[in-house]
Design a protein around this ligand. Structure first.
Ligand code: NDP
Ligand code: GDP
Length: 326
């Protein structure tokens, strides 16, 4: 049985990736950090019905000794490093923690891997946020980076460390430069979930308005289920490399919001207001990815449209709120 270790298994991508790897017959191990909320920490894994089929191990990306112990115990064939302080807005409030977890945490994992299991294959969750103030209208693996937040700076460090371990030690290390991807399991603080949850609440009479920040920002949004498939494909290649994973379509927050409200028969203009406190100190105005390399080398293409994804998310939020009303 192939063994995979996932950090960030309790997050959105960790849940979908666990499901995919189990379908492929893997033995799945996931790193969880100790929490006072341990009863709800596996909520996403439970939602997908995979919690009882994976092995959870106790550790933290900031604790090198815990990573060494885990790698010695598990001896994985593949490592997916998805753990991070992943919310851009929080990274201005907690820049040092973001650097320690999202940046240095990757060095901890790479070092642990170099000592314990140098032949394992490694996936690093790089981010389109590294393009920041975009230097080309469509971003590829060759587009220069210009990070615009402590989160993006930390991800850039992690990205280059991953490249350096590949080139210095011949390790099988790949970066997936993933553009925004969402699902019903997306964290509630991200804009798509705020919008689908807000539209669901308003539809059910639980709220009367939704406050958002910059409605003009544009993102290339895909579905997490499609994107975890790209992660897995990267580690099935004979040679490690870096890949952009994106849909090739960019849509404004305003238009994404319009789609969500229209799904429940409402006009967003009647409910959405702008709250200046939700604006960011520096904004990434637009992202648009060119995933030609992933298509050519991995045979990867997105299969779920933005409209289908938003509809699925609104329906899931309606169902969550209806079950609480019962
Ligand atoms: P989430 O925020 O949903 O999940 C983050 C995960 O990291 C959680 O499991 C969290 O655990 C874990 N984590 C946080 N701090 C630590 C730590 N110190 N040690 C170990 N684990 C930790 O993120 P997503 O699933 O959306 O994203 C997965 C990865 O992909 C992240 O690295 C993210 O930055 C990156 N990415 C995501 C994109 C997206 O659009 N979703 C786009 C590009 C990159 P806990 O549950 O305990 O908080
Ligand atoms: P990000 O691309 O990783 O920062 O993902 P987010 O979903 O957090 O934000 C995407 C874009 O939506 C950014 O340009 C935000 O400024 C914008 N945005 C507008 N209103 C909101 C809001 O209420 N919450 C969040 N999270 N983002 C918002």
């Amino acid at each position: 049985m192939t063994k995979a270790l996932i950090t960030g298994i309790t997050g959105q991508d960790g849940a979908y990736l666990s499901q995919l790897l189990l379908e492929h017959g893997y033995e799945v191990f996931g790193v969880i950090r100790r929490s006072a909320s341990s009863d709800i920490i596996g909520e996403r894994l439970r939602w997908l019905g995979v919690l009882d089929h994976i092995n959870l191990v106790d550790g933290n990306l900031t604790d090198l000794s815990s990573l060494i112990r885990i790698l010695q115990d598990v001896n994985p064939d593949e490592i997916y490093n998805l753990g991070a302080q992943s919310f851009v807005k929080s990274s201005w409030n907690q820049p040092l923690l973001t650097g320690v977890v999202t940046g240095l945490g990757v060095s901890n994992m790479l070092e642990a891997m170099r000592f314990c299991c140098p032949h394992a294959r490694f996936y690093q969750a790089s981010s389109s946020e590294m393009f920041g103030l975009i230097q080309e209208p469509m971003q590829t693996e060759r587009t220069p980076f210009y990070p615009r937040s402590p989160y993006a700076v930390a991800k850039l460090y992690a990205h280059w460390m991953t490249v350096n371990y590949r080139e210095s030690f011949g390790m099988h290390c790949s970066n997936g430069i993933l553009f925004n991807h969402e699902s019903p399991l997306r964290g509630i603080e991200f804009v798509t979930r705020r919008v689908t949850d807000g539209a669901a609440r308003i539809k059910l009479g639980l709220a009367t308005k939704l406050q958002l920040g910059n409605l003009d920002a544009k993102r290339d949004w895909g579905h997490a289920r499609d994107y975890v498939r790209a992660m897995w494909l990267m580690l099935q290649q004979e040679k490690p490399s870096d890949y952009v994973v994106a849909t090739g379509r960019t849509v404004s927050v305003r238009d994404m919001c319009r789609i969500a409200f229209a799904h429940v028969g409402l006009d967003m203009n009647d409910f959405v207001t702008v709250d200046a406190s939700l604006m960011r100190p520096a904004e990434v105005d637009v992202l648009l990815g060119d995933s030609s390399k992933a298509k050519e080398k991995l045979g990867w293409e997105p299969t779920i449209s933005l409209e289908e994804m938003i509809a699925e998310m609104v329906e899931a939020d309606l169902a969550r709120h209806r079950s609480r009303l019962k």
